[in-house]
Write a protein that binds this ligand. Structure first.
Ligand SMILES: [Zn+2]
Ligand SMILES: [Zn+2]
Length: 91
């Protein structure tokens, strides 16, 4: 177990990052899991299907600085209430 403290634990997650600047966004999830990038779209891990969680199962990947954002690993603090704070993006 982590020794960061009783309120938070450090976890490694995947985030969406701009290829030019430090903009970081969470990866959208569908059917309870992170969506996967296929071409220039996010697709539900179950594949394209009729919306069942109230959101479309295919979304465009965000573009920043005229480039498609990419998936990077990051360290984050997971708070007891479920909130995640990204502390460092890894290469
Ligand atoms: Zn950017
Ligand atoms: Zn889904």
């Amino acid at each position: 177990m982590s020794t960061v403290g009783v309120d938070a634990e450090m976890i490694e997650i995947e985030v969406l990052k701009c290829q030019k600047c430090e903009l970081v966004e969470p990866i959208p999830s569908h059917c309870g899991k992170p969506m996967q990038i296929v071409g220039d779209s996010f697709v539900c891990w179950k594949g394209e299907h009729t919306p069942c969680c109230g959101k479309p199962s295919v979304l465009p990947v965000p573009v920043h600085h005229n480039k498609q954002m990419v998936i990077r690993r990051a360290m984050a603090k997971l708070m007891k209430n479920g909130t995640v704070f990204i502390t460092e993006v890894l290469d």
